[in-house]
Design a protein. Structure first.
Length: 561
């Protein structure tokens, strides 16, 4: 018997035999639902045989036959009703289990979010994207084909989405373009490190979304429920269907706060903070200002995360304040990182290590935060060092800056666009989807092996715009992405190590070394971060003004000798 768990209350299976019923009873199932019509296969036991065997083992049985490929709305209703009356857990079966999984998905449509349904069935081995539109419609068959249609639909109104929309309109003003995003506020997230250090006022990092949508671009203020790439359609909440000729996917990533046990309950109090949230960055600065002595922890989860330098930026800026106020001698600093190195590009490590030594920070590699008790001031880390058995260590703290684990958004992870790890599967050079020729992706959501930073999105936006326009004109991709990303590492107030690099950790400095030596901290890099980059973001990047950005050209394949 191949029972595949969907939830604690329901599992599905391919065709079972009377002999399997005893195994199901031993496994704890208390009811069986047959979704396969009698006589569908020559070697198929009848429902009566299954029911008789179920009664011998004190189990209930229900017969809700469904013709293959024809799951009706009333079938889903009947299946849902059976689940509410039968004792659980329930084992439902058909020829392969697909019909049973489909019935459960439709029956749960009104009580569970679509991504949760798709994730649960996917984990059981069943892809329900084919009925995503019905699930989004409350489990009922939709009657309308499309509510809107555009030349280009962009999923995500963050830095990547708005910049790409602006770049597209600059190249082809007549394109009908729509941005799909439910947010009311757009945030300049690179500024939150500076908020946590008392440099920026938090209000300067937020603006109304409606004020930033490029002129002539439609804003669909809604969340995406699912994708139907085979139909060139995006399904929004409420089963609204938006059709596209070309799709650009850039919704950012998900901060998985709840993956650390106890973290959600203590965030913003008990000395637990994070610069990864707009409302928490000011609390970081409050804690830093008020801390006179004790132990401060700064955590970094496994990659990938947005702005891989941000966890240590928080440490450096906090330590610099304590150094300047002569408190550092009374404060112990620990950097707890799940990784095995301080920074992924080795050329920048020597400069960073000077500051680690200056601030007396302890580096704890292979330490991944798994649980936290804010009231008790304790945190637990799983330590996975090479060639050693994993172990758990406990650490006390008076202040802890937490960088949360990060994943692709749920609606991306369960979609046909995702790779096995849940990220949008793109060609790392052209940013075109590997399977669907009329889909591109950029920003934090892709599986391209680049740093997930705003600087990367700034470089990627014109590349995607160039390649989309080339495709509209019937041409092959013309622009290539070299993996560029930038991480201005704020090592002290007034100095930054401006790390700029591409695929493979190749350094890609934008300025001559006499102006900014990217391997050493500099005042010029600080001025760039503090005074120049914010206006460049608001007034250039989001307006389609591609200052200091020139996409590389795709190299033609070399002729065979």
């Amino acid at each position: 018997m191949d029972a595949r768990r969907i939830t604690d209350e329901i599992s599905v299976a391919p065709q079972i035999t009377p002999q399997d019923v005893a195994a199901a009873a031993r496994a704890g199932f208390r009811a069986i639902v047959c979704n396969r019509p009698d006589g569908e296969g020559a070697d198929q036991p009848t429902f009566e045989e299954i029911e008789a065997e179920a009664e011998k083992h004190g189990m209930k049985a229900a017969y809700i036959p469904v013709v293959a490929g024809k799951v009706r709305d009333e079938d889903a209703t009947a299946f849902g009703a059976a689940l509410t009356t039968l004792p659980g857990p329930v084992l439902a079966y058909c020829r392969t289990g697909t019909r049973s999984a489909t019935l459960w998905s439709l029956a749960e449509a009104d009580s569970r979010p679509l991504p949760d349904i798709l994730a649960a069935t996917k984990a059981a081995g069943y892809d329900m994207n084919g009925v995503a539109r019905r699930i989004a419609n409350g489990g009922k068959t939709p009657t309308d084909e499309a509510d809107a249609s555009f030349d280009v639909v962009i999923v995500g109104g963050g830095a990547a989405g708005i910049a790409t929309a602006a770049s597209l309109k600059a190249r082809k003003p007549g394109l009908s373009v729509a941005i799909v995003d439910p947010a009311d506020v757009h945030y300049y997230q690179p500024g939150w490190t500076m908020v946590g250090a008392g440099i920026f006022d938090p209000a300067t990092t937020a603006r109304p979304m409606g004020a930033l949508i490029p002129q002539g671009v439609h804003w669909l203020k809604s969340a995406v429920a699912a994708f139907e790439p085979q139909n060139d359609a995006v399904i929004l909440d409420g089963c609204r269907v938006v059709k596209y000729k070309r799709l650009i996917v850039c919704p950012g990533l998900k901060l998985a706060w709840n993956r650390v046990e106890g973290l959600v309950q203590t965030l913003g109090k008990n000395g637990v903070t994070s610069n990864y949230r707009y409302d928490l960055a000011p609390y970081t600065w409050k804690l830093v200002r008020e801390m006179k002595e004790g132990r401060a922890l700064f955590t970094q989860p496994p990659m990938p995360i947005k702005c891989a330098g941000a966890p240590q930026k928080a440490m450096y800026m906090s330590a610099d304040h304590w150094f300047r106020t002569r408190r550092l001698k009374d404060i112990s600093i620990d950097f707890m990182t799940a990784g095995g190195v301080l920074f992924g590009v080795k050329d920048y490590v020597p400069a960073l290590m000077k500051y680690v030594r200056k601030y007396g920070a302890n580096l704890n590699f292979h330490h991944d935060l798994t649980a936290i008790d804010g009231r008790a001031g304790k945190a637990w880390f799983e330590v996975r060092e090479p060639d050693q058995e994993p172990r758990t260590v406990e650490a006390d703290f008076d202040m802890i800056h937490v960088t949360p684990p990060q994943t692709a958004p749920d609606f991306i992870r369960v979609s046909p666009l995702a790779d096995a790890a849940g990220w949008v599967d793109v060609d790392q050079t052209t940013l075109r989807h590997k399977t669907y020729d009329n889909i591109w992706a950029l920003g934090d959501v892709t599986n391209a092996p680049n740093a997930k930073t705003a600087a990367a999105a700034r470089m990627q936006a014109p590349i995607v715009a160039e390649n989309v326009v080339a495709d509209i004109r019937g041409r092959a991709p013309v622009a290539a992405y070299n993996g560029y990303g930038s991480c201005p590492l704020t090592v002290e107030r007034g100095k930054i190590v401006l790390a700029e690099f591409g695929y493979g950790g190749t350094r890609l400095p934008s300025f001559p070394s006499w102006f900014i030596d990217d391997t050493h901290p500099s005042r010029a890099a600080w001025i760039l971060k503090e005074q120049i980059l914010p206006p460049v973001y608001w007034k250039a990047m989001l307006k389609g003004r591609e200052w200091m950005i020139k996409p590389e050209k795709v190299r033609a394949p070399e002729a065979a000798e």
